[in-house]
Design a protein around this ligand. Structure first.
Ligand code: ADP
Ligand code: ASP
Ligand code: MG
Length: 409
């Protein structure tokens, strides 16, 4: 007998038929004697529609009310899933975030889970009642509903697994595991059997949206294995058909490079003719921090004349306007030329094996050079190398790197 949390994403609960199929899987887990809690997303497309409604009223809206609107999709699926389970003779009950409660911070629209009081749910869980929790939502100290950012049901699921002391969190989705790159980009993408928390964290942060970054962070911190698996295939979580995200020690063979990730939604900002004086970086980045802009790659060159220098960095594309506004307001930058470029993509290769292998970066640079792709910015860490290239090369670059690192299936 195992304690499992099973999460079904939007495509896996897209209509009544799929909800029924998901309920069948839960019924099979229960029949095996497992204790199960379920987390559901909104039906596929519903959250996008709800976001659109808010924007249609006014693009600049109150984040609290945005959360009141967009959290509603999960309420519907939680209720429907509970009904579908009851129809199968299972003692099931739906829970909204505030009923547990899932306490979260007051950053509406991208709140963080601070605490889950699982005691009430745990009692019922011990009695084998199947809890069906609405993903993506929590409640703030003031008693308002807040949402956890797009893809946040993954985080709800891992947080619940931690609160219930579950031994695994199964994430049912529309792919049968984590792949060496997004299978939508290349057919050569290969399913990975096991991947370390650390590598998955990098892949997710660098654009592989199969898991929300914070869900992996939490799984890593609390050591809760995540299994990514398909809801469209016959197997259930306990048969372990998917990809296991787990501790590094539990993985026998480490590849040098395990995956290629990319983001399309970043923009590059370059400041030319910035005075090369102490404190200038702070002058550039302080106002961005104040405006809550998430700055990513930062490159500053040494000045050739000792007077002026250039700084390049990337920000999320939807925060570019805010960034330019903040920079233009800086007195110290009034002589600088500010350039912005949205036609870029960040491509990264990730692998724990990089720690002990030389020449990994060289392979990346050589491969891109052979395809005539110009590298604009490079950044590295212990287990990843990222480059910025023009957006038009996205697919070519991902496919060539996938081949160059021997990942093709
Ligand atoms: P859900 O609605 O179930 O949460 P998502 O759309 O959030 O599903 O995540 C699944 C999608 O993630 C897949 O359809 C796939 O296109 C995409 N994806 C991106 N990178 C990867 C990867 N490395 N491995 C598997 N899927 C990936
Ligand atoms: N429904 C939310 C979204 O589409 C949360 C989730 O599915 O994880 O972002
Ligand atoms: Mg998702």
């Amino acid at each position: 007998m195992a304690c499992i949390v099973a999460k079904f994403g939007g495509t896996s609960v897209a209509d009544i038929d799929r909800i029924e199929r998901a309920a069948d899987k839960i019924a099979r887990e229960v029949a095996l004697g497992n204790k199960v809690a379920v987390v559901v997303s909104a039906m596929s497309g519903v959250t996008n529609q709800l976001v659109q409604y808010c924007n249609d009223v006014t693009p600049v809206h109150d984040a609290r009310e945005y959360d009141a609107v967009v959290s509603s999709g999960e309420q519907v699926t939680a209720g429907l899933m509970a009904i579908a389970l009851q129809k199968r003779g299972i003692d099931a009950r739906s829970w909204m975030g505030w009923q547990v409660p899932i306490k979260c911070s007051e950053v509406y629209g991208k709140a963080r889970i601070e605490d889950i009081d699982g005691s009430h749910m745990l009692e019922r869980f011990e009695e084998r009642e199947v809890a069906v929790l609405a993903g993506f939502q929590g409640v703030t100290e003031r008693g308002r509903i807040a949402t956890l950012g797009r893809g946040g049901s993954d985080t709800t699921a891992v947080a619940l697994a931690a609160a219930l002391n579950a031994e695994r969190c199964d994430i049912y989705t529309d792919v049968d595991g984590v792949y060496t790159t997004d299978p939508r980009i290349t057919k050569a993408a290969k399913k990975i059997d096991r991947i370390s928390y650390e590598e998955m964290l990098e892949l997710a942060s660098l654009g592989a949206k199969v898991l929300q970054v914070r869900s992996v962070e939490m799984a890593y911190k609390r050591d809760i294995p995540i299994q990514v698996l398909s809801s469209f295939e016959d197997q259930i979580g306990s048969e372990l058909p998917g990809t296991l995200v787990t501790r590094e020690e539990d993985i026998m063979e480490q590849e040098v490079v395990n995956g290629v990730a990319f983001t399309k939604d970043e923009a590059k900002v370059t400041l030319l003719n910035v005075p090369d004086i102490p404190g200038i970086a702070a002058k550039v980045f302080d106002p961005l921090a104040d405006a809550n802009v998430n700055v990513d790659m930062i490159v500053q060159n040494i000045s050739s004349d000792g007077k002026v220098t250039d700084i390049t960095f990337t920000v999320p594309e939807n925060e570019l306007d805010k960034t330019l506004e903040a920079l233009n307001a800086q007195e110290e930058l009034k002589e600088a030329e500010i350039r912005a470029d949205k036609d870029i993509t960040k491509i990264s290769v990730v692998g724990i094996g990089m720690r002990s292998h030389a020449g990994v970066a060289q392979t990346m640079f050589r491969t891109l050079a052979d395809k005539g792709i110009n590298i604009q910015v490079i950044s590295t860490s212990e287990i990843k190398i990222s480059v910025i290239v023009a957006k038009e090369y996205l697919e070519l670059a991902v496919r060539s790197l996938h081949t160059a690192y021997g990942l093709d299936g």
